[in-house]
Design a protein around this ligand. Structure first.
Ligand SMILES: *Cc1c(COP(=O)(O)O)cnc(C)c1O
Length: 419
């Protein structure tokens, strides 16, 4: 049996064959399909092992050296390592490594800097923002007065003039930048100047791109922002979880907001996994990876354009591309389904000013973190673009079955999690 599952996989199989079968078929799904979801990656076996460790059993409410429970000497070492590695990797003054997820990290940011009813200014969801940036169905939209900015109609880049005008007019407590489907870089210097002009806290939700910052492939928001929240499982390639970096003056407020503000005990197995991932991110190998992710995303976007689709905002400077696929005559929803049948996993996505509803969309979002971890490069991105194009163009199950065979042949050349 593959060592990847750990020594207890046979025990799991004997005790709970139904769940053991899920683990096996999920591994096979990840190994054989093309994983183009921009927020997903393949974390290292070392991180996986740490997440599946006995650290999961430990209650450790509080912070290293200041816990509410006994027996925290060992987990204290793991959390202190994670904090030190985060501060050093990002040049941050303060780090909190306890948030259970990106959404939890964001709730803690609101808790630290705002009261219900305060005004915040964030990127609108249909232009790429996140649910936790003020969506009506999210706590953020219900508890805060949310003003939003978007992208310009002409170049689909953030409209900094609109951002500044809204900031001046509405005097927000916080200005949030960062998005889930924005392929370009964000001008943090400009946003800092606007925050200073109106006296707002500068909050960057770097969930999607922080891994590229860690790998020194794109500029960092850390020198500019009061607070930077993010997930650790996207390009960063760590365990599922969240993290917050802040200026020293906000450190106490952030720590109080995470615990006891919004969480109880941290998931110490994940905290230790974050330490392992942060050490991986500090290597030259990871820095090369981060650059390759962008090169691959640019190649994939250009190749999809060669297939007749249009890259929103003229291409990508990050790990993801948002493609306007109206020229194919097919909606994002149908494209997503057809690609899924062909073993290509990505998601439908609204494009700016999308004429279709969010459940249908005119676009697809493709990302390269996972395929780049597998070792794929520019030639494979070109091949993937033709596979996507062929899958979208047909509603024939036999065509999708044929593409799936080609997908399996491709992924077999770039194996992951081998024994
Ligand atoms: C992914 C993401 C989140 C949420 O992270 P979860 O771990 O899924 O809660 C928050 N903000 C942005 C911008 C994201 O991309």
């Amino acid at each position: 049996m593959s060592t990847f599952y750990g020594p207890d996989f046979e025990a799991l199989t004997a005790q709970d064959p139904e769940i053991a079968a899920v683990l096996l078929s999920e591994l096979k799904r990840q190994q054989t399909n093309l994983q183009l979801i921009a927020s997903e990656n393949f974390t290292s076996p070392a991180v996986l092992a740490t997440m599946g460790s006995t650290l999961s059993n430990k209650y450790a409410e509080g912070y290293p050296g200041k816990r509410y429970y006994g027996g925290c000497e060992e987990v204290d070492k793991a959390e202190s390592l994670a904090i030190e590695r985060a501060k050093s990797l990002f040049g941050a003054e303060h780090a909190n490594v306890q948030p259970h997820s990106g959404a939890s990290a964001n709730i803690a940011v609101y808790q630290a800097f705002t009261k219900p009813g305060d005004t915040i200014l964030a990127m609108s969801l249909p232009h790429g923002g996140h649910l936790t940036h003020g969506s009506a169905v999210n706590f953020s939209g219900k508890w805060f007065n949310v003003e939003s900015y978007g992208v310009r109609a002409d170049n689909e880049l953030i409209d900094y003039d609109e951002l500044r005008e809204k900031a001046v007019a509405t005097k927000p407590k916080m200005i949030c930048s960062g998005a889930t489907a924005y392929p370009s870089l964000i001008d943090f210097e400009k946003i800092r100047a606007i925050c200073d002009e109106v006296g707002a806290i500068m909050w960057v939700d770097a969930a999607h791109f922080i891994g590229l910052v860690a790998g020194k492939a794109i500029p960092s928001p850390v020198p500019y922002a009061d607070v930077v929240s993010f997930t650790t499982h996207k390009v960063l390639r760590g365990p599922r979880g969240g993290m917050i970096l802040a200026k020293a003056e906000h450190g106490a407020a952030i720590d109080k907001a995470v615990f006891p503000g919004i969480q109880g005990g941290p998931i110490m197995s994940a905290v230790a996994g974050k330490a392992v991932a942060l050490a991986e991110c500090a290597t030259l190998g990871y820095q090369k990876y981060a650059k390759d992710v962008i090169v691959n995303a640019q190649a994939l976007a250009a190749s999809l354009e060669a297939e007749g689709m249009r890259a929103v905002s003229g291409g990508t400077q990050t790990h993801l591309a948002l493609m306007d696929i109206r020229s194919t005559g097919v909606t994002g929803k149908v494209a997503d389904e057809r690609c899924g049948q062909a073993g290509i996993v990505m998601n439908k996505n609204s494009i700016p000013n999308d004429p279709e509803k969010p459940g249908i969309t005119s676009g697809i979002r493709v990302g390269t973190p996972a395929t780049t971890t597998q070792g794929m490069g520019v030639p494979e991105m070109k091949q993937i673009a033709t596979l996507i194009s062929r899958a979208i163009a047909s509603d024939e199950p036999s065509v999708h079955a044929q593409i799936k065979t080609e997908v399996h042949a491709l992924t077999a050349r770039f194996p992951i999690y081998q024994a």
